[in-house]
Design a protein around this ligand. Sequence first.
Ligand code: PLP
Length: 428
Amino acid sequence: MNEKYFPLDKTALEKIAQQYPTPFYIYDEKAIIENVRKIKTAFSVFPSYKNHFAVKALPNPYILKLLASEGFGADCSSLPELMLAEMSGMKGEDIMLTSNETPTKEYIAAKKMGAVINLDDFSHIEFLEKTAGLPDLISMRYNPGPLKEGNAIIGKPEEAKYGLTREQLIAGFALLKQKGVKRFALHTMVASNELSVPYHVETARMLFELAVEIFNKTGVRFEFINLGGGVGIPYKPDQIAVDYSLLVQGIQKAYNEIIKPAGLDPMNIRTEWGRVVTGPYGWLVSRAVHKKEIYRNYIALDSCMADLMRPALYTAFHHITVPGKENAPLSETYDVVGSLCENNDKFAIQRKLPKIETLAESKNGEGDFVVIHDAGAHGRAMGFNYNGKLRCGELLLRADGSVLQIRRSESIDDYFATLDIKRLENFK
Ligand SMILES: *Cc1c(COP(=O)(O)O)cnc(C)c1O
């Protein structure tokens, strides 16, 4: 079991909604910082540790600035993400570029910033050399293929487009060394939203063994090993969160058994955790607008899959609560849906919930709040404008209890910003 909490009661939420109408995302600063400190404490057994927060999970510079102040760096995979990291106070090797099919200008920008460049393919050694020039430090991404099982979101490594094979890595690091590169790192990312501690420990063991093999074959000694992201969160109330100390104990055991006897200690450990850092501490707050009773009973919200795509994209489960009705009996069964013309625009399917009052039925002109949990990573960021839907804004619940708007919601002007309406008027 895990406690599905929400830091605000209905009264506090009503006050916030007067200033910032629903829907909106809200993130809990205090909980995020406490979580970051727990992660750092767990990994403090290693000579040096840094998490490069996967910017794609929550690309908001206010959040990134908080993470930077705790010593976290960033994992970026595009030019705007590199810019977000830099404007949040991250510098040089705090930033990693783990891109794939990387455009020239991203390599040039990353090189200029002094970010760690993580190559995704053997052919990129020459591409990088020709375009941006080779930096002192290079990391490469391993794809273990059939040697490692994948999982539902990321798929099987064999079928994944990322990374180099083992043979390519050996040849690649030898080539980089020959070309005068001085510092090296090894990376992988093989799973997504994986709750199993043994799975992640096994990934570390696999990388440590590979590091020793590459050292023996090429003399390349890694400055750090990046274990990637992919640590899961318990979206369902009956799932259990990953125990950081247990996970680190397992990784440390592998380190002691493999890295130390090979004489490769001290070696730095890095991760690229995104989801587990902010996921449980962000919520999508909506209100119920309509109720519809046909073959099933539907509750329609003022948000839709443009705000949170995970249920539609992965049939992902997100816990739902109704503030003010925390202890009410779960007497109803609803599909909780959005307003997009897509039948997979459903936040929940056949979910047991308390009886929800909608805007259409209400006497005070407001529907019940509906809070969608665990939306703090890969939530707002995946939004889109299909069907002319405008994405909602983001609020930060500060440690002192105040609320700061860290991104406004999109306006109709934003939607039309890429169109030249003047030209349209003269267009026949
Ligand atoms: C998405 C991604 C991450 C972050 O994954 P989480 O599941 O959020 O931890 C890290 N590294 C790379 C290369 C990614 O693509």
